[in-house]
Design a protein around this ligand. Structure first.
Ligand SMILES: Nc1ncnc2c1ncn2[C@@H]1O[C@H](COP(=O)(O)OP(=O)(O)OP(=O)(O)O)[C@@H](O)[C@H]1O
Ligand SMILES: [Mg+2]
Length: 269
């Protein structure tokens, strides 16, 4: 299978605050992702995970703070600058063009390079990662299964040859077998050197795929650490991994921080 040679990039945000009008979605967020690693972001609905990723690609405005890619200031770039800067988002809900074919959707991701000779071979590389898309290349994206649509969404992001890949809820609504296939592909792409930020409500999956994790809670950073440590953390276990509630083991004790969060644990891969 033809492989890509990725350029690794590091990401840092310093005091990043994102607001929609007067509604603050994310406040003073400090995140650091080492080049060539996978970092995951966990958090309940509305915690600001998507806003964080959208801000990195110019789909949401930073009210204050900085975004650095390899130390270069990319704060508040326009959305059309994200691809040339090397940042690609596979968005929540996939956002494919349902009435365009698989091929055409992949072309969207490489729009800026559509006249390059490398364009065709990059499509073949996407099919190397996702072989089940190849026979469906002329099929309308809207007629694909959810898992196949997610593959196209990731493939489209890869077609821009990013240095930083942002994945927003890739496992959402997918059957465990497809989730496990996607997990293998994400790991393979990262092993080839691509830096990845993975937003997931499937915390167990995200922590297994990443080296470092951040927990967002109503727009603020609640916790961060190596993923192996977060997997063992009682707070994370209770809220995100379906662990035993502290109130069960400590009846009458103080409620743990954030215990009002309503997080449905998902099936492990
Ligand atoms: N375009 C928008 N206009 C106004 N408020 C928004 C907009 N997008 C998001 N928000 C608000 O910002 C906050 C964070 O939303 P965001 O989508 O970033 O959360 P999330 O962690 O991705 O949630 P989910 O797990 O449900 O995808 C929420 O309160 C949401 O209502
Ligand atoms: Mg979201």
């Amino acid at each position: 299978m033809p492989t890509w040679v990725w350029t690794m990039s590091s990401l840092e945000t310093h005091g990043l605050t994102v607001a929609y009008g007067s509604a603050v979605a994310l406040e003073s967020m400090n995140v650091s992702v080492k080049a060539g690693t996978v970092a995951c972001i966990l958090g309940a609905n509305g915690a600001g995970k998507s806003s964080f990723l959208k801000c990195l690609v110019g789909l949401a405005r930073a009210q204050s703070g900085k975004v650095l890619l390899d130390g270069q200031d990319v704060t508040n770039i326009n959305a059309y600058e994200a691809a040339p800067r090397g940042i690609a988002l596979s968005p929540e809900g996939r956002r494919l063009f349902p009435d365009l074919t698989v091929y055409e959707n992949l072309c969207v991701g490489a729009y800026l390079r559509r006249r390059d000779a490398s364009f065709r071979s990059d499509i073949d590389k996407v099919f190397g990662y996702f072989p089940r898309l190849q026979p469906k290349v002329q099929q309308l994206a809207g007629s694909l299964s959810g898992g196949e649509q997610q593959m196209v969404a990731i493939g489209r992001a890869l077609m821009s040859r990013p240095r930083l890949l942002l994945l927003d809820e890739p496992s959402l609504g997918l059957a465990p077998l497809i989730v496990s296939q996607l997990a293998s592909i994400i790991t393979a792409i990262n092993r080839e050197g691509l830096t990845i930020v993975l937003v997931e409500q499937n915390a167990r999956l995200a922590l297994r795929l990443s080296q470092y994790g951040y927990v967002f809670e109503t727009g603020r950073l609640a916790l961060e650490g190596p993923s192996s440590e977060l997997l063992q953390d009682p707070y994370v276990a209770e809220l995100y991994l379906g662990g035993r509630s502290r109130s069960d083991s400590n009846k009458g004790g103080a409620a743990p921080v954030g215990s009002s969060l309503n997080v449905e644990p998902r099936d492990p891969v």
